[in-house]
Design a protein around this ligand. Structure first.
Ligand SMILES: N[C@@H](CCC(=O)N[C@@H](CS)C(=O)NCC(=O)O)C(=O)O
Length: 198
């Protein structure tokens, strides 16, 4: 059975939500960040970055929320969380799955910290443009691929929920509010929220 290492009120919510979407059994292992458990040698052997989430699947171990999304979506194809190779939607699926950690995440941190940075040097360019692009892509909805829900929505939706709704790091927009509402209405999201609340 897969082992998910996570901690409440962190980015590891996406991995909880993801596992709940698969309907597969998994063992949830709480990492107590307040005691520094994430920087202890036993945990660093799982994720040398000392961050949650991380996932163990037999001999396979990985971290990074978006990588976990990609891995689990492929591991359980019947859950329908990723358009398969050959499906024209796969290109945009991969694009948005990488856009989450590559552009949304750093843009969100940049807005929250008001860090000035050259948009040419920054791989995500201008933070406001990142959210303009996302806003435009979410206009049609309900999901980032249109009618198809995928693991990319878990990567993006949990980030937006965190940055827009919970921590107000990024100004809200009607498309973001609609999207967060659609994500939060999913039974798997709700089950994950109950687990995360302890
Ligand atoms: N890039 C990582 C970020 C993970 C991350 O930043 N986790 C934070 C919680 S939100 C953490 O574990 N912090 C503990 C620490 O830095 O000591 C991902 O997307 O999974």
């Amino acid at each position: 059975m897969m082992k998910l290492y996570w901690s409440p009120r962190t980015r590891s919510f996406s991995a909880l939500w993801l596992m709940e979407e698969t309907g597969q059994p998994y063992e949830s292992v709480l990492v107590d960040l307040s005691t520094g458990a994430q920087k202890k040698p036993e945990y660093l052997a799982i994720n040398p970055m000392g961050k949650v989430p991380a996932l163990q699947d037999g001999d396979a171990t990985l971290a990074e929320s978006a990588a976990i999304c990609a891995y689990v979506a492929e591991r359980f194809p019947a859950a329908g969380l990723a358009p398969p190779p050959g499906d024209p939607k796969r290109a945009k699926y991969l694009y948005w799955l990488f856009f989450a950690p590559g552009c949304i995440e750093p843009a969100m941190v940049q807005l929250a910290t008001k860090l000035e940075m050259s948009s040419t040097a920054a791989g995500w360019g201008e933070a406001t443009r990142v959210f303009d692009v996302l806003d435009h892509a979410l206009e049609r909805g309900p999901w980032i691929l249109g009618d198809t829900f995928s693991a990319a929505d878990i990567a993006i939706g949990s980030g937006l929920n965190f940055a827009v709704k919970l921590f107000k790091m990024v100004p809200s927009r009607p498309s973001f509010d609609r999207y967060i509402e659609a994500c939060s209405a999913r039974p798997a999201f709700q089950r994950a929220s109950v687990i995360a609340a302890g």
